[in-house]
Ligand binder design. Structure first.
Ligand code: GLN
Length: 461
């Protein structure tokens, strides 16, 4: 990516990004723009360069921010009416770190409200279009960020991934998407979805840029007790796979998967083979339970995390409310999208005293078995390979009447999330209809850079 220096003005980089964003306004990748502030920051950086003062590793680089990351600039809406007018008093740690290196946020990107979804159609502000076909979904929940990078508006964008929200839109729009090991990047200041699987990552055009951005965001943060000590090394070449062995997950290459997706992933496996990797196949039957586990555990955490929106502490308060109960009820009724409410209902159900053992507890036990299965696989393999999604981007509106069908689209991305594993989406092919197809690499905890290294070794430049 282009970084500002004596010959490249930050103001020019930012202006070009803002102009492009305007040109592609009809894709609806952004919820709000940060024009005045972005240009002011760019001028400051140019002045520093002029004076010969040191500037950061991302000096003057324009970026797009998923609108569930807190920043004092504008409103942090999480694409929900509940937070439509909410000015955040805090800055997410990931944002603070990126901006300390000189990156400049040009706008906030669209998502499914509270990141609940896989298409960006659940946004209170309306859907984002796919970068390759306006009639199709951007994927989600970080659809706006993926499209902003795919359309070359910005070289990188931040996203969150709880069950696929970076990987799937990256795949649908033909860009690199990195979901790190759970705990790599601080969750502080990011609107919570499911605290045990929420991770912060990025979209970029290539592996090198993604590695740079992730390395800056990674690291221990005292404001998030689940963060890991920094394990990200600067030099990607140091992160070499030990056994050079990768397994293709057979369970995700079956009948339900689009033949073009299977062919793309098989071709990618062939490329890796040529580059010196041994490719084998693996059966992981436990994976068929992952979606069921996810849609119990995640709504449970969602219902808890969304209880803070009571019409008193954050954002919206219904103007119709007359007493305490109606402040709660009417605010939550007006402020949440149907998908948010669905998850609150499921979450409260699986946590309720009569059903806790049968659903929540059982799901957590099954989750442990899933983690065990991954651990066993990683005794033999550096990484696992599979598609990101069963098919390329679907049509806008195609799944909206059927929430279960929408959940099924997540079948390949939720398993690594439940196990806290790093996973990335690599653009590997285009369908006959011209839609991007991604391949997914999954590795053991903290092997993030090994995955990036594997991808880099066969990347088309
Ligand atoms: N599509 C998944 C869901 O709806 C993942 C969302 C996410 O990662 N934020 O839960």
């Amino acid at each position: 990516m282009k970084i500002a220096d004596k010959n490249t003005k930050a103001v020019d980089l930012v202006r070009a990004a803002l102009e492009k964003a305007k040109e592609y306004e009809d894709y609806h990748a952004f919820i709000s723009m940060n024009e005045a502030h972005a240009l002011e920051r760019a001028r400051e950086i140019d002045a520093k360069i002029e004076r010969g003062e040191p500037v950061g590793r991302l000096a003057g680089v324009p970026y797009a921010l998923k609108d569930n990351f807190s920043s004092p600039q504008g409103h942090t809406t999480a694409a929900a009416k509940m937070l439509e007018d909410y000015p955040s008093p805090i800055t997410a740690t990931a944002v603070a770190k990126i901006e300390a290196e000189g990156a400049i946020m040009i706008g906030r990107t669209n998502l499914d409200a509270y990141a609940h979804g896989g298409s960006t159609e659940n946004s209170y502000f309306g859907p984002t279009s796919n970068a390759y076909d306006k009639e199709r979904v951007a994927g989600g929940s970080s659809g706006g960020s993926a499209v902003a990078v795919a359309l070359d508006i910005v070289p990188f964008a931040l996203g969150s991934d709880t069950g696929g929200s970076i990987r799937q839109p990256a795949s649908f729009n033909g860009v690199v998407g990195v979901k790190p090991t759970y705990g790599t990047v601080s969750r502080y200041g990011v609107v919570a979805m499911a605290s045990s699987t929420d991770t912060m990552g990025c979209f970029a055009k290539n592996v090198e840029d993604a590695n740079l951005v992730m390395g800056i965001m990674a690291g221990r943060d005292e404001k998030d007790s689940t963060t890991l000590a920094d394990f990200w090394t600067k030099d990607l070449t140091e992160a070499t796979p030990k056994q050079k062995k990768i397994a293709l997950i057979k369970d995700f290459m079956g009948d339900g998967v689009d033949p073009e997706v299977k062919a793309a992933v098989n071709d990618y496996a062939g490329k890796l083979k040529k580059a010196g990797y041994t490719i084998e196949e693996i059966d992981m039957p436990i994976l068929k339970y992952a979606l069921a586990i996810y849609y119990i555990v995640v709504p449970a955490e969602v219902s808890s995390n969304l209880s803070r929106y009571d019409g008193i502490r954050y954002g919206l308060r219904s103007s119709e409310a007359k007493d305490l109960d109606s402040v709660y009820n009417m605010t939550r009724d007006e402020g949440f999208m149907p998908e948010n409410k669905r998850r609150i209902l499921i979450g409260n159900f699986v946590l309720s005293s009569g059903f806790f053992d049968a659903y929540y507890l059982k799901a957590q036990k099954a989750r442990t078995l899933l983690i065990d299965a991954y651990n066993k696989a990683f005794e033999k393999y550096d990484a696992l390979l599979c598609p990101v999604a069963p098919r390329p981007a679907f049509k806008i509106g195609e799944n909206t009447a059927d929430p279960l069908q929408m959940y099924l689209e997540d079948v390949m991305t939720v398993p690594p999330s439940l196990a806290g594993l790093p996973a990335m989406s690599i653009p590997v092919a285009k369908s006959k209809a011209g839609l991007p197809i991604g391949a997914q690499l999954v590795g053991p905890r903290q092997s993030d850079q090994i995955l990036l290294n594997i991808a880099a070794s066969v990347e088309d430049k």
